[in-house]
Design a protein around this ligand. Structure first.
Ligand code: GDP
Length: 367
């Protein structure tokens, strides 16, 4: 599966948010068969109204949404790259995530101490980014030393690796994250770059944690974060962790919706984060539908049909023969599989087919 690591300075609202997330996941577990929860890992259903619609049309007995995983990454402080606090453990945990969800404090509360002395999310973002850049610099310098020795053999691939490392080091030395070099990478440099597993090359979602009063509108700080995110090609969402933890305590969907509307909110902040995380990771959804269940599956954008089949089972990928595909809009407009078939809207696709978001798929396979 794909995962997002939640990071941020102490006291910005990470735990509040993560607890809301796991409470939601626990509530979902009652309805869906597969939610397992580890102490610092929460898997939540990706909300998707299309799935309910498909299940209704397909008269499916059960609905199984696709999930996204969040990892709570403990305690980053200034100096983490030098091993302060839980520094090294923290950095190792981030290295294993696919994307970073960076929580920024955008609320005033004199009862909640700020580790940097005052509220300033832009500065906080820089504090963390600096730690990540320092960690990357140390890692890349180490790799340059060992790779330089190997490069003496004249191996072409090793020379390319070394060139990529030097480009990254130039950026980091200039105080820029590793991701800035991506647009300037040659085709044969992309893989060596990915293999460096740099912290500052991961996609970022900034989560502005605001007071309940600012949840619908945002505030001066969230505007600044929005500008910063835009300049970096990153994304941002505005939420109130306090509200999320209250929502997580509510039982029914009706209660949740009523609570949200009293706050002038269209949807829970958690849903915004889940959807933004999904986009951030370049993910899309396809569906399978039958009398037993309607189910959503996650694949990378650009995935081909056999790869999508592999999400269900590796045997189906290996024995892939063809896929029968109906676009979501056709499925709905023609009232399901039979209608789509009759109208000639069920396509038979082969190994090279690039899966489209919302496709309803049936795989034919051998074995
Ligand atoms: P962490 O250290 O980043 O995990 O932060 P916590 O989630 O433990 O939150 C630190 C403190 O800030 C706690 O006392 C929370 O109740 C409080 N807090 C978190 N989110 C909000 C918020 O949106 N508004 C206010 N006023 N307090 C919050």
């Amino acid at each position: 599966g794909f995962n997002c690591g939640i990071v941020g300075l102490p006291n910005v609202g990470k735990s509040t948010l993560f607890n809301a997330l796991t409470a939601t996941a626990a509530a979902q577990a009652a309805n869906f068969p597969f939610c397992t929860i580890e102490p610092n890992v929460g898997r939540v259903a990706v909300p998707d109204a299309r799935l309910d619609k498909i299940a209704t049309i397909g008269k499916s007995a059960q609905i199984v949404p696709t999930q996204l995983e969040f990892v709570d990454i403990a305690g980053l402080v200034k100096g983490a790259s030098k091993g302060e606090g839980l520094g090294n453990q923290f950095l190792a945990n981030i290295r294993e995530t696919d994307a970073i969800v960076h929580v920024l404090r955008c609320f005033d509360d004199e009862n909640v101490i700020h580790v940097e002395g005052s509220v300033d999310p832009i500065r906080d973002a820089e504090v963390i980014e600096t730690e990540l850049m320092l960690a990357d610099l140390e890692s890349v310098e180490r790799q340059i030393v060992s790779t330089t020795k190997k490069a003496k053999s004249g191996d072409k691939d090793i020379k390319i690796q070394l060139a990529v490392m030097e480009k990254v080091k130039v950026a980091l030395d200039a105080g820029q994250p590793a991701r800035v070099v991506v647009p300037n990478l040659a085709e044969d440099e992309k893989k060596p770059f990915a293999m460096l597993q740099l912290l500052t090359s991961k996609p970022i979602l900034y989560v502005c944690n605001v007071s309940e009063a600012d949840a619908a509108t945002g505030n001066e700080w969230t505007k600044k974060v929005a500008d910063m995110a835009k300049a970096q090609g990153a994304q941002h969402v505005v939420i109130s962790a306090a509200i999320e933890s209250e929502i997580a305590q509510l039982g029914s969907e009706e209660e949740k919706e009523e609570f949200l509307s009293t706050l002038n909110l269209e949807e829970a902040g958690l849903n915004k984060i889940i959807r933004a995380g999904y986009t951030l990771l370049g993910l899309q959804t396809y569906f399978t539908v039958g009398p037993k269940e309607a189910r959503a599956w996650t694949v990378l954008k650009g995935a081909r049909a056999p790869q999508a089949a592999g999400e269900i089972h590796s045997d189906i990928e290996r024995g892939f023969i063809r896929a029968e595909v109906i676009a979501y809009d056709d499925f709905v407009a023609l009232n399901g599989e039979q209608g789509a078939k009759d109208a000639g809207k069920m396509r038979v696709e082969g190994k090279e087919y690039v899966v489209q978001d919302g496709d309803i798929m049936l795989f034919r396979h051998s074995g």
